[in-house]
Design a protein around this ligand. Structure first.
Ligand SMILES: [Zn+2]
Length: 210
C-alpha cells in the first residue's frame, strides 16, 4: 500500500471506531525525507490518495492540490526528534477528557508500558502553532504517546498501523481510568510492579514439550 493509500485506510478506520468526528484529527506517514499527511478540512473517512498532500521534512509542499493538515508543523517537529515513521492525532473522547482534567495519565494497567508508562499531558497552546508542536515534542520524550491539554491525543509508531494501534490503546487506557473514577479510586501500579512486568515480558516462561 502506498503512503497515501495507508492514510485513506487508517483515516476510514479512525472514523469507524469513533476516534475522530468530522474533520478533526490527522495522520501522517513518513518515508525518507517525505511525509504524506491528511489534508486540511477533509473528513478522514472520505479521503482519496490524490487528496493527501506530500510535504518534505522541512515543510515544503511537494505533491498534491490540497493544503496539508493545520497540525503538520507538530508532525514535522515530532519526526525531527524521534524515530517515528508515522503519527496519529485524534480528539477521541476519553483521551480528551483526561487531557482536559489532568496533567498526566497514571499507569492503572500494565499495557501502559507499551506507550512508555505514564502518559504526559502537553501544555496547552493554540492548534497548529510552533508552541503546540514544541509542547507535544517535549511531552513525547521517551514515550510512544502524549495527550494535549484541552485538545486530544497523539501517538507515534514505526508504521502507521503501529501508531494507530497505540492511539486505540491510549483511548482504552483513558477510558478505563475515567470509568474507574466513577466506581472508586483507581489504584495506580507502582514502579516495582511495572518493573516486574518488564522482567516477565523479557523472560517469558518456556512450556516444556512432551
Ligand atoms: Zn487536533
Amino acid at each position: 500500500m502506498s503512503l497515501r493509500e495507508q492514510l485513506c485506510e487508517y483515516g476510514r478506520r479512525a472514523v469507524e471506531l469513533g476516534l475522530v468526528i468530522g474533520t478533526s484529527g490527522n495522520l501522517s506517514v513518513r518515508q525518507g525525507d517525505l511525509v504524506a499527511v491528511t489534508p486540511s478540512g477533509a473528513a478522514l473517512d472520505r479521503l482519496t490518495p490524490e487528496m493527501c498532500p506530500i510535504v518534505d521534512v522541512e515543510g515544503y509542499l511537494v505533491e498534491g492540490e490540497l493544503q496539508p493538515s493545520s497540525e503538520t508543523p507538530m508532525h514535522l517537529a515530532v519526526y525531527e526528534t524521534t524515530d517515528a515513521q508515522a503519527i496519529v492525532h485524534t480528539h477521541s473522547v476519553f483521551g480528551t477528557v483526561v487531557a482536559t482534567t489532568m496533567t498526566e495519565l497514571p499507569p492503572v494497567h500494565y499495557n501502559a508500558l507499551l506507550l512508555g508508562g505514564v502518559v504526559r499531558v502537553a501544555e496547552y497552546a493554540t492548534y497548529g502553532t510552533p508552541e503546540l508542536a514544541a509542547n507535544v515534542r517535549a511531552a513525547l520524550t521517551g514515550k510512544r504517546a502524549a495527550l494535549m491539554a484541552n485538545h486530544g491525543g497523539v501517538t507515534i509508531g514505526a508504521t502507521l498501523e503501529e501508531a494507530f494501534e497505540a492511539t486505540r490503546l491510549l483511548e482504552w487506557l483513558c477510558e478505563v481510568y475515567v470509568r474507574g473514577l466513577g466506581v472508586g479510586k483507581p489504584t495506580i501500579l507502582t514502579d516495582e510492579q511495572l518493573a516486574a512486568v518488564v522482567e516477565r515480558a523479557c523472560n517469558p516462561p518456556q512450556f516444556p514439550r512432551r
